[in-house]
Design a protein around this ligand. Sequence first.
Ligand code: HEC
Length: 151
Amino acid sequence: MVDSVTLERNPRSTFPHCRALPIAAFLCVATAASFAKSGEFATYVAPVLERRCLGCHNEAVRKGGLSLATASAVFAGGENGRVIEPGSPAASYLLDLVTPANGRAAMPKDGDPLTPAEIGALRHWISEGAVWPEDITLKAGRIAHAPPLLL
Ligand code: HEC
């Protein structure tokens, strides 16, 4: 008699945290994963784009119809359509263009190709889903703005 009453009460009122805990654990893991991905963009990808691409692909100057300044601009693509397919480096036009053949790459146009590490950072970011936090807007780096007269 006493046992059955105890058992009936057990699931909800006696151990409410047993219901909450798995949800909390799931949220912790999910938050950590998405934080890691936004961190990857800010740390490894954004500096490459700012240094090597933003000078010609920003909100004011859109060479090829493409701005690489914001998530919405990048995923809208350029005059030939989409340039990044999240999760698929092989289907991402942008990655084709920065991959050198015989020491030359289509992008950055008229510049030295990206380093293997920079291309690897872009490829890894795309394969992980190309997470670009909405609040990050890129600007051309100082090097891209440096006047040619300094040479
Ligand atoms: C010096 C200027 C310049 C720089 C720097 C530059 N681009 Fe471009 N980009 C262009 C021009 C111009 C085009 C138009 C096609 C052409 O003329 O080759 C273009 C086109 C593109 C396109 C194709 C858009 C479409 O829909 O056709 C992509 C993708 C692209 N660039 C990515 C990049 C990336 C990534 C970088 C940096 C690694 C970069 N570009 C750096 C000038 C530049």
